[in-house]
Ligand binder design. Structure first.
Ligand SMILES: C[S@@+](CC[C@H](N)C(=O)[O-])C[C@H]1O[C@@H](n2cnc3c(N)ncnc32)[C@H](O)[C@@H]1O
Length: 236
């Protein structure tokens, strides 16, 4: 069997992500990109007046588990999976499983209320993207939410950074409309699309949070988050 791509990057992962534009954006907070995602997920549930503390959460392609750690107190349980054993090796305290092959998510049907895939799909060959989305659908409970967060190919800074980052050598970026298409084809109802990462860390902590919420529908943020809901049918 081929070695998972990210096993090669795992030992020097943070060094491989270093980039002057990326580092300027993250400022003095190396975990800035992950905390932005945590804030965005919290805003999503808060705006819908949903308290997720009784919910079960799965992060597909969890890598080194940063998002799981940041959200560990927001959910009743947190689980992760990734095809790269080396990436998840440093993560502890969660239900972590290695994914085999290109598609299968190693959890039972209808187990989770909330599933994410963060900066994963651009590493998944286009022919396997629908299969992965169907797997997310399968492991969600009816009424559950799938959140895909991706690099925005319409943002020039994002394209510049991805183009020169070693771990993105094989990346194929996907637009929000392509992501919407996979979600719809897998059976999800599209609930919300939000663009973010307009302002760097030093501005975000002052007034940037407000600015970002105003710009959420403008399709030029560095990344976007798409949330889809698995319908509740009469048989459920
Ligand atoms: C750029 S890293 C992102 C890791 C983490 N989600 C984060 O935001 O820090 C991409 C991750 O996707 C994983 N990956 C690649 N192909 C995948 C697939 N078909 N299904 C799930 N994860 C995959 C890689 O092993 C890697 O850990």
């Amino acid at each position: 069997m081929n070695q998972p791509e990210f096993d090669r990057y795992s030992a020097s992962y943070l060094d491989l992500l270093k980039d002057p534009v990326r580092d300027f954006f993250a400022g003095k907070e190396p975990g800035f990109f992950h905390t932005r995602k945590r804030d965005l997920i919290r805003d999503y549930f808060r705006n819908k007046r949903i308290d997720p503390t009784g919910h079960d959460f799965l992060d597909i392609g969890c890598g080194k588990g940063e998002l799981l750690s940041l959200l560990s107190h927001d959910f009743a349980s947190c689980a992760g999976c990734d095809p790269s054993p080396a990436m998840i090796r440093s993560t502890q305290g969660f239900d972590l499983q290695v994914q085999s092959g290109l598609g299968g998510v190693p959890f039972d049907d209808a187990r989770f209320n909330f599933v994410t895939a963060v900066c994963v799909y651009h590493h998944v060959p286009p022919a396997h993207r629908l299969g992965l989305t169907r797997e997310a659908y399968r492991v969600l409970k009816p009424g559950g939410v799938f959140g895909i967060i991706e690099h925005n190919p319409l943002n020039p800074a994002t394209r510049l950074i991805v183009g020169r980052t070693p771990v993105d050598a094989n990346a194929v970026l996907l637009s929000a409309s392509e992501t919407c298409r996979w979600m719809r084809m897998a059976g999800f109802h599209i609930d919300q699309l939000r663009y973010f990462l307009y302002v760097p860390q030093f501005a975000y902590r002052r007034i940037g949070r407000k600015i970002e919420s105003w710009l959420g529908k403008i399709p030029f943020g560095g990344q976007y988050a798409l949330f889809g809901i698995k319908a509740i049918t009469h048989n459920d």
